[in-house]
Each structure stands twice: as structure tokens, then as C-alpha cells.
Write a new protein. Structure first.
Length: 386
């Protein structure tokens, strides 16, 4: 059983009941559910291979014979994709199975949909969906904070709040949409934070904005290119799936079920310590909703836009050599440390430059000659724009 699954259950306050080994009578519930799904929908879908070995052999033999007598150019049937299968199962469960009457214990001939409508007890509902999203983020394990921040998957992640936890162990969660962000939680009690409390969002400037889906997509693209080079003739044999009568049945059931609107059940807010902390993590760095501008603010905004348009015609002079480039970034870093306002691009560029090999090389050169970068550049600094 995965650590991710058990962690989510524990932090949601859900009791996890396990079956005893070799106790088949305790596992009948899930087996009955699988049988209902298998006989209710799966055997009607394309790609079904039978309920047992004997049925599978019969189906495979029939398929082989059909392939032998198939006329050239005839459309062949292929299995459903995972997304298509999930869509079929969701539609069958909501519009067919849930609307059918049940004779099981406590059902008294009612359908699951009607039984749920008659429920009078309050339903626990998580109001902060973003907190639940954060709780379901993939765990990255535990790491020890150093003076340089966090080291994770051969990349360095930093944040000002991490300096308060140097030497302490923290728990991290991945950001599914951004490889440059890690959500950091305290793994042990300390003077500033309790165990499990959200600390900060650690960032890696070089990876910010790159999602794991993009990396996986690039890998799939390379794999497709490789397959195309070796199997173009084989892929030309594929065709569209034949029209499936099961889909027509499901669409009819959807149209019938739309005539009755389900009222939302009475619910009460439900939260745990983990949900509260992950909710804080989800809202970290988020700006409040903007308010309508006043006349003065609108005039100021138009003035700023005019200044930006005027500055757009200015030709930027690139740094002619490494020393002037180093001096330019060091000067920007000094302005940031002094609390002056700088452009977002300059702030991001400084964060990337100060961890680069060029920065370390120029600092080592200045140290070897016993000079500061201001002395190295000298009067040439006047050529740089302010």
C-alpha cells in the first residue's frame, strides 16, 4: 500500500479498516461490486475478453476467424482508451446503476439515487477544495534544510523562511503544474512551527514555469518520433472504432435522468489540521481579488502606460563583456538588498545569475586579484544604462 494513500487517509481523519489475511468472508463486498460492474457494463464494451478463461478463448477464437475473413479496407475494432473507458463507467454508474432499484440489505427496492436523496443526516463536505488539492499533491519525502535551502532531485530550492529551519527535517510536496515549486511543511516540532504546519513555498528559478506534464509530453513526443521511424506501415492499418450501440443506450439514459433535478444534501463544514495547513499553502502568495479603480488610480495607471510606451522605443545596449555583465547584475542585487524597486525581470534574472557558474567565476577572479568589481570596471560603468 502506497505511502501517499495512507498519508491522505491519516491527514483527513479517515479510519482505514483492513481485512484479516486469508479471511475471504471479509472481502465479499468488493468482489460483488466488481461482478456488478463486469456484468452490467464491461461485457458490452469493445475489447471485452470474457468473464473467465473459457470465455476469453472463445472470444479470441472468434476474433481470429473474423480477421481471416475480413474484406480489405474494412474498419476493425480497437479497445477503448483509459479516458474513454472512465467516461463510459461514470455515465453508466450515474445514469443507469444509480437509478435502478436494489433489493439489497436496507434498500427496500429503492435506487441508490433515491436513497441518497432521502438521507437526513448532514454530509461532511470539504469547503476549501484547493486545500484538498494540496493534500493530494504527490509526496516528495523528507529533506534536511541546509544553509543553501533544500536539495531535491539534483536541484536547489530556496526561500527566506527556510533559514529559520537550517538543520531541521521538513516534509515536501510536489507542485504538479510547476517543477520549480515545492510546498514545505515542518516534519518535527520546533520553536517557530509545529509538526505538519505549512512553512513556505520553496522555489528553483531555473525550473519555475516548467510542468511535469510538459516534460512527460516531450518524452512522449520523442518516443512517437522513434516509433514513427520504425513502424509507419503498421500504424497506417489503424482506423476509427465502429459505432457502438452501448453509447446510444447511455445517451438515452442521460436524457431521461436530466428531467429530474437533484437537490443538494444538507452539509456541514469539515476540516482537519492537515486541510487547514494545505489550504494555507494553496493560498500562499495569492493576491486578493482586485477592487475597481478610483479616478485617481485610473489616471495614475494611464500615466504609467504612457511611460512604458515611451520607454519601448529605447534601444537596450547589451553588456559587451563578462566584467560589465557581472557589474550590472551585482548592481541590481545591491538595489534589491537596499529595498529599492526593480523590475520583475531584473529580480528574476538576479536570482538566476547569482547561482550560475559565471557569477562564481567572476567573484573568484576578483578575489584572486584582490579587487572589487567596481575597481575592475572603472570608468566603463558609465556605458551601462541606469
Amino acid at each position: 500500500m502506497s505511502q501517499q494513500f495512507t498519508t491522505v487517509l491519516r491527514e483527513l481523519g479517515v479510519e482505514h479498516l483492513l481485512c484479516m489475511p486469508f479471511a475471504s468472508e471479509q472481502k465479499g463486498t468488493i468482489e460483488r461490486a466488481l461482478k456488478t460492474m463486469s456484468h452490467g457494463i464491461l461485457d458490452l464494451l469493445p475489447g471485452f475478453i470474457g468473464h473467465n478463461v473459457a470465455e476469453r478463448k472463445v472470444i479470441e477464437a472468434r476474433k481470429s476467424f473474423a480477421q481471416r475473413v475480413m474484406t480489405p479496407g474494412e474498419t476493425i475494432e480497437v479497445s477503448l482508451t483509459a479516458a474513454e473507458l472512465q467516461k463510459r463507467l461514470d455515465e453508466w454508474s450515474e445514469h443507469l446503476y444509480a437509478r435502478a432499484s436494489h433489493e439489497g440489505e436496507g434498500m427496500d427496492g429503492q435506487s441508490p439515487w433515491a436513497k441518497a436523496q432521502a438521507l437526513k443526516q448532514p454530509v461532511h463536505r470539504i469547503e476549501d477544495e484547493r486545500a484538498l488539492d494540496m493534500l493530494l499533491c504527490e509526496l516528495g519525502g523528507t529533506r534536511t534544510v541546509t544553509k543553501k535551502g533544500l536539495r531535491f532531485e539534483r536541484a536547489q530550492y530556496i526561500d527566506p523562511l527556510l533559514c529559520l529551519h537550517a538543520g531541521h527535517t521538513v516534509t515536501i510536496r510536489r507542485d504538479a503544474g510547476d517543477m520549480g515549486r515545492l510546498y514545505v511543511y515542518a516534519a518535527e516540532d520546533s520553536e517557530e512551527f509545529a509538526a505538519g504546519e505549512f512553512i513556505c513555498v520553496a522555489k528553483n528559478p531555473e525550473l519555475t514555469g516548467i510542468s511535469r506534464q510538459q516534460v512527460a509530453g516531450a518524452a512522449r513526443h520523442l518516443q512517437r518520433e522513434l516509433n514513427r521511424a520504425h513502424g509507419e506501415e503498421h500504424r497506417q492499418l489503424r482506423a476509427r472504432i465502429k459505432q457502438d450501440p452501448v453509447q446510444a443506450i447511455i445517451e438515452h439514459a442521460i436524457a431521461q435522468s436530466r428531467n429530474v433535478t437533484r437537490l443538494p444534501p444538507r452539509s456541514t463544514p469539515y476540516s482537519t489540521q492537515a486541510l487547514e495547513q494545505t489550504g494555507r499553502a494553496a493560498r500562499a502568495g495569492k493576491m486578493p481579488a482586485p477592487k475597481p479603480w478610483t479616478a485617481a488610480e485610473k489616471a495614475y495607471h494611464e500615466k504609467i502606460n504612457a511611460e512604458i510606451e515611451a520607454a519601448a522605443s529605447v534601444v537596450e545596449v547589451h553588456d559587451p563583456d563578462g566584467s560589465l555583465r557581472h557589474y550590472r547584475w551585482v548592481r541590481i542585487g545591491r538595489r534589491i538588498e537596499a529595498g529599492e524597486a526593480v523590475k520583475d525581470d531584473d529580480r528574476t534574472g538576479w536570482e538566476r545569475y547569482r547561482v550560475s557558474d559565471d557569477y562564481r567565476f567572476m567573484e573568484r577572479i576578483c578575489a584572486d586579484f584582490g579587487m572589487t568589481i567596481d575597481q575592475v570596471v572603472g570608468s566603463r560603468a558609465q556605458a551601462l544604462p541606469e
